[in-house]
Design a binder for this molecule. Structure first.
Ligand SMILES: [Zn+2]
Ligand SMILES: [Zn+2]
Length: 410
């Protein structure tokens, strides 16, 4: 992380003047500084002669999660995946093989700017269940938990006891009758205590388009035509869970396998890992930069996901790096995933990396839409669950581009 990027994390257009543990910044012609308080960076800028504002600085990293290796049904090894991730320019990958936690490959691969952090989780489901449902992603538990697969609640509890995070994988996963692919949706919605849901699963979306041979061939050879956003049903479930008072963190997963598709004489690697790493990613915000120490940086990734300091970015049409959804209240700041008091009013701020359509939702309802905007502001005194969606046109269609986690205004 260079100094300029550090300044940009503050959500304003800073120019760095110098750098050490405290560095000077300039914002709109005014001098300011960044200093560290209890391990967190605060940017101070000066408006006019007497007013000073503090901005919490967060660092952004791109993580691609949910993928498979030959330990289950994926094609590439851990080392090959790491190499491809480095080439794609992402910061981390989380491998989640089916019903096996693989000990060993966790850690950094590559060096310096060309390095990637690999974490190992697991995707667990009950293989004896008929029909197959309820795939659970477990991250950070650092142990085998497939033996608890039979009872999803017991599995979630066991992961929690192991200090792991749990995400309901591809919660909405329609079948593809034409190719005999079964519906693997989550069905046991009475479970409690999980971290979140995989709101956008890239492969569920592909599966939903396999309505016959012709569309299958078209999408297999033009993977950029596939992604449109999370299913409406998944968004609806998420808003409903949030509305019930559950804190449910949304993540985006690739579910990369790079399996070979065969249709008559045609053979094609479906969605190579490299394609996925440039497509649906989970971007996280961390209060301190990655140090290069795998143990430390693993903690930063897991903490960010646990707290919902994250958004889903579809990076293929345009990079979503630099997206910010923050709130400023009386004496406090919040980032996506945080709570903030409505007392005395809250200013919600959205910064988009490029001008496009953006909308703000409160309690699942769209309350404001902006078009062709890079910066959007909404001031409110109303408690509610606020989240952001952004869209852009790609391959001739309006597509979901960014889905933030909520800010909880209480
Ligand atoms: Zn699955
Ligand atoms: Zn999977």
């Amino acid at each position: 992380m260079d100094e300029k990027s550090t300044c940009l994390q503050a959500g304003l257009d800073y120019t760095v003047c110098s750098w050490n543990s405290q560095f000077a910044v300039r914002s709109q012609g005014e001098e300011g500084s960044i200093r560290y308080v209890r391990g967190r960076a605060l940017a101070h800028t000066f408006y006019g002669r007497f007013t000073r504002r503090n901005f919490l600085v967060m660092y952004e990293y791109i993580i691609n999660l949910h993928m498979h290796t030959p330990y289950s049904d994926g094609r590439s090894s851990h080392a090959e995946i790491a190499q491809v991730a480095i080439e794609a320019g992402i910061n981390g990958v989380i491998v989640t093989d089916h019903n096996v936690w693989v000990e060993g490959p966790q850690g950094y691969y590559g060096e310096g700017d060309r390095r990637v952090l690999m974490l190992i989780g697991e995707e667990v489901h009950d293989q004896t269940r008929n029909p197959q449902k309820n795939h659970l992603l477990i991250l950070g538990a650092e142990r085998e938990l497939a033996m608890f697969a039979k009872d999803p609640q017991q599995l979630i509890n066991a992961a929690k006891e192991a200090d792991g995070l749990t995400f309901l994988a591809h919660p909405v996963d329609p079948e593809s009758r034409a190719f005999g692919e079964k519906d693997l949706s989550w069905v046991d919605w009475d479970v409690r205590g999980y971290t979140g849901i995989e709101l956008w699963n890239a492969m569920s979306e592909f599966k939903s388009l396999l309505r016959g041979k012709l569309p299958a061939i078209f999408h297999a050879f033009h993977p950029a035509s596939v992604a449109h956003g999370p299913f409406d049903a998944a968004l609806g479930i998420w808003d409903e869970l949030l509305g019930r008072g559950q804190r449910v963190v949304a993540i985006g997963g690739s579910d990369a396998h790079a399996m070979i598709g065969r249709l008559g004489p045609l053979r094609r690697v479906l969605f190579p890992y490299e394609f996925h790493f440039r497509a649906v990613n989970t971007h996280i915000y961390t209060p301190e930069p990655f140090s290069g120490d795998a143990v430390n940086d693993r903690r930063l990734v897991l903490d960010a996901l646990r707290q919902g300091h994250a958004f889903i970015g579809y990076d293929l049409p345009a990079s979503t790096r630099g997206f910010r959804f923050t709130a400023q209240g009386l004496g406090s700041d919040a980032w996506a995933g945080d709570e903030i008091s409505a007392a005395s009013g809250v200013t919600l701020q959205i910064k988009l990396p490029i001008r496009t359509e953006c909308r703000l939702l409160k309690d699942g309802e769209v309350i404001k839409t902006w078009r062709e905007r890079e910066a959007c502001t909404h001031i409110t005194t109303e408690p509610g669950i606020y989240r952001v969606e952004a869209f852009l046109f790609f391959w001739g269609k309006r597509r979901g581009w960014i889905y933030s986690n909520p800010i909880y205004v209480c």
